[in-house]
Design a binder for this molecule. Structure first.
Ligand code: ISL
Ligand code: CA
Length: 556
């Protein structure tokens, strides 16, 4: 069976600012990435998803682009980019760019033009509305705080921004905007990049009536009813016809509210839209209407399993899943889903890798996840850079009645900077990330958790990821086998089966810190153990030990 390459790939996400600094200014950069490509080749990944490196005032660390065809000077030059791309390709690694096209920076030339006068030809590139009775046209709140509407004194209208006011939303209804975006995509693809991760692509279509809603504690109504993601599909089909169909790409759309049903459209195997989507159901299992995601409770394993089961079975044979525990917007996988206490950290990091990598779909590894990097012990807000966190701290302490300590507990559990602390290369000063002062503090645990200590240690978390990635390469069962959840009601064990042709594989993971009695099902009693999936040396019949993961292979 011939499959598109992206179904057999493992993707590694790089957050450039925090990956490797080559010139001592404390900011990770493109030459730093190029220098570490051999490390990624050794890990065995197939594709890099590069978070934005475009010119940007960095209000949201590059998710606010001021020039789609230029590289931010702090990250390097276009020559540095071309050299990185060539070096990656020479190593057999593809590079997928981050396409941030729901919005631009307010410093993008299009917006500078757009706001210059009401009859500027670029006016309609963005979404402008008159005041209603001297107020915003609707009461919805932006993702990073305040209203979605920002008043422009000069032209006496409001513009729409779903994120910060420095991220005005593009008007996708305007065919000229789509032309511009498609031409820009073509420009990068012609250069040789291998696809796009599409930032909040599910949000590009808005309800043109701009409804209001029931205000929450901040005084603003939730944003999501504004989004009409069913109207995105014709635009994605147009994108496929006009641009993507000319190239062999991996495309992954970030779709906040995706359900199995809508994902079938976005990621249909007929290739009419995208390769796959990032869904948010499993990372959104906790949270409340009042505090949003800013709570400290842990997701329940039965709920987690129900989500994966639904997606695995729902998309099998009709669409394609992406698989991830974390990214640059999420807390660290081992802290969130495993146990980052020193005695369990490595075991649980390996168990999580096994659990995710042996499902059907394309696995994504976020930088440092392959080392078991953890959340950061934040105590004060001056240790945190992210604009979202600062807005949330104000919301929690001002509107939700939280104390400083309660708010900081939520930061330590959830905030995005947990994932954005510098990559831990070695146990030296600044973890080998920079010779200068890093833009965000290095996690003090870099003396224990770092790449230098793990790269050549066959018992390391790194080696476990290496093994799983290599296993996917040679196993059609891992890539394409159908998924069946076992023990759905267990509060401790995540057990599933994969079946393809005359082979079956059983994967069993203990998400708890204690022994759990468990028998291998009859049909697997004489099965062959898959060493790459196991994080204890030898099995202990009848028991899964704390954070144990194992898999066995049998003939049918
Ligand atoms: O980070 C989040 C958790 O609250 C999300 O709401 C996030 O803002 C959402 O998933 C969209 O994320 C993407 O677009 C944002 C950018 O800040 C994120 O880094 C990016 O992944 C705006 O471009
Ligand atoms: Ca630098």
């Amino acid at each position: 069976m011939t499959r598109p390459w992206w179904q057999q790939s493992v993707v590694y996400q790089i957050y450039p600012r925090s990956f490797a600094d080559s010139n001592g200014d404390g900011i990770g950069d493109i030459p730093g990435i190029t220098a570490h490509l051999p490390y990624l080749a050794k890990l065995g990944i197939d594709v890099i998803w590069l978070s934005p490196v475009y010119a940007s005032p960095m209000d949201d660390n590059g998710y606010d682009i001021s020039d789609y065809r230029a590289i931010a000077p702090e990250f390097g030059t276009m020559a540095d980019f071309d050299h990185m791309l060539q070096t990656a390709h020479d190593l057999g690694i593809r590079i997928v760019m981050d396409l941030v096209a729901n919005h631009t920076s307010d410093e993008h030339e299009w917006f500078v033009q757009s706001r210059s006068s009401r009859n500027n030809p670029h006016r309609d590139y963005y979404i402008w509305r008159d005041a209603v009775d001297g107020h915003e046209p609707s009461n919805m709140g932006a993702v990073f705080g305040g209203s979605i509407w920002e008043w422009d004194e000069h032209t006496q209208q409001y513009y729409l921004h779903c994120f910060s006011k420095k991220q005005p939303d593009l008007n996708w209804e305007n065919p000229r905007v789509r032309d511009e975006v498609f031409r820009m995509m073509d420009w990068w693809l012609a250069k040789g990049v291998d696809g796009f991760r599409m930032d909040v692509i599910g949000m590009i279509a808005k309800d043109p009536s701009f409804p209001s809603g029931e205000p929450g504690p901040t005084g603003y109504a939730p944003l999501y009813p504004l989004i009409q993601d069913e109207r995105v599909h014709p635009w994605l089909r147009e994108m496929r016809q006009r641009v993507l169909s000319k190239y062999d790409t991996l495309t992954v759309g970030e779709v906040g509210g995706a359900t199995v049903e809508t994902a079938k459209k976005y990621a249909d195997l007929d290739g009419s839209e995208l390769s796959m989507v990032f869904q948010f159901e499993h990372v959104g299992l906790t949270g409340t209407p009042e505090r949003g995601k800013w709570v400290t409770d842990k997701p329940r394993l039965v709920d987690l399993k129900r989500v994966f089961d639904r997606w695995e079975r729902g998309l099998d044979g009709v669409a394609w899943n992406s698989l991830y525990w974390d990214n640059h917007d999420q807390p660290r996988a081992v802290s969130r889903w495993g146990n980052d206490a020193p005695q369990w950290r490595e075991l649980s990091a390996k168990m999580l890798a096994t659990c995710l990598h042996l499902m059907q779909g394309t696995p994504y590894v976020y930088q440092g996840e392959e080392l078991g990097m953890t959340n950061f012990p934040f105590e004060r807000m001056d240790q945190i850079d992210d604009l979202e966190a600062h807005d949330a701290y104000r919301m929690l302490t001002r509107d939700c009645g939280c104390s400083h300590d309660e708010a900081m507990a939520a930061m330590r559990e959830i905030c995005r900077d947990n994932a954005r602390t510098p990559m831990q290369w070695d146990d030296g000063p600044q973890a080998g990330f920079t010779t200068g002062t890093p833009w965000l503090a290095v996690n003090p645990n870099h003396t224990q958790i770092n790449a230098a200590a793990q790269q050549d240690d066959p018992t390391s978390v790194f080696a476990h990821y290496q093994g799983l990635i290599a296993l996917r390469r040679r196993s059609e069962l891992v890539v394409g086998g159908s998924f069946c959840l076992l023990e759905p009601e267990s509060e401790e064990l995540f057990v599933y089966e994969r079946v393809l042709g005359n082979e079956r594989m059983l994967v069993a993971c203990n998400f708890s810190d204690h022994d759990v009695l468990w028998q291998l099902p009859e049909e697997y009693r004489s099965a062959e153990r898959i060493p790459e999936a196991c994080n204890y040396d030898a099995p202990e019949p009848g028991t899964l030990r704390p954070y144990e993961s194992m898999a066995v292979l049998a003939a049918i």
